[in-house]
Design a protein around this ligand. Structure first.
Ligand SMILES: [Zn+2]
Length: 250
């Protein structure tokens, strides 16, 4: 064996060793990537529920306002009724003071009109009771719904907070494991791998699968396959830039 060939074998061994370490990193990075995506998505689930919960609270406020409005209307009608009753009493009392029959008849007609007005108000008050009742019932029903939503939201929030805490811990564990292996990879290989990892959805190194890139599935030429087998340098997919390796060789 020539000295040159000897060196190449050593380099090849080193490169294989480096690729093995990159594959080890990839296993961890895939998990870290997945955990981090979950950390981003978890609060979004909660946000949707919060929007729904808030809209229920708006409905509750509307129903409270509605009840207040019909109660105020009812109070006004009752006041109106009281005034009409006072008017009738006053007119009744004045009857004995009237001097002519004409005045008397006119006052009687006036009293009749006042009484007719009064019975219209009484009718409206009766109907108003139904309105108050219906508004109160709707409000009570909505309160139950809001309470239910609040329970669900709080339970979900607790679940999300717990999940986020657990996943956060898992990320820390994986990152600490990763930091033990990463320094064993040549800095230029590592930065290349990490660049692809970042740009390609957490997948920086992929195995060759049946003459195709394991990442984007592009068919690999014979030339690329030969280059891979030589172990002279890192070989990447022309299409997706992911680093390639032959699983059988490791
Ligand atoms: Zn590819």
């Amino acid at each position: 064996m020539t000295r040159e060939k000897d060196l190449m074998t050593v380099t090849g061994q080193n490169l294989k060793d480096q690729i093995r370490k990159l594959v080890e990193l990839q296993v961890m990075d895939e998990e870290i990537f997945r955990f981090k995506r979950e950390l981003r998505e978890k609060p979004v689930e909660l946000e949707a529920l919060k929007v729904e919960f808030d809209s229920k609270k708006v409905t509750l406020k509307e129903l409270e306002d509605k009840l207040k409005t019909v109660q105020v209307q009812q109070k006004e009608l009752e006041l109106d009724l009281k005034m009409k009753e006072e008017g009738i009493a006053k007119a009744d009392a004045s009857l004995s003071l009237l001097k002519t029959n004409k005045e008397y008849q006119a006052r009687l007609l006036e009293i009749e009109n006042l009484k007719a007005d009064k019975s219209i108000v009484e009718e409206r008050i009766l109907l108003g009771y139904d309105d108050v009742d219906a508004a109160r019932k709707a409000l009570e029903a909505e309160k139950v719904t809001v309470l239910q939503y609040e329970k669900e939201f709080n339970a979900k929030k607790k679940q999300v907070d717990d999940d986020v805490a657990v996943i956060g811990d898992q990320v820390k564990v994986k990152e600490s494991q990763r930091s033990r292996i990463a320094p064993e990879v040549r800095p230029d290989y590592l930065s290349r791998y990490e660049r692809v990892l970042k740009n390609k959805d957490g997948l920086g190194i992929v195995k060759v699968d049946n003459h195709a890139c394991g990442g984007c599935h592009m068919h690999l030429t014979e030339q690329v396959m030969n280059e891979l087998k030589k172990y002279e340098q890192i070989i990447a997919c022309d299409q997706c830039a992911r680093i390639l390796y032959l699983a059988d060789d490791l």
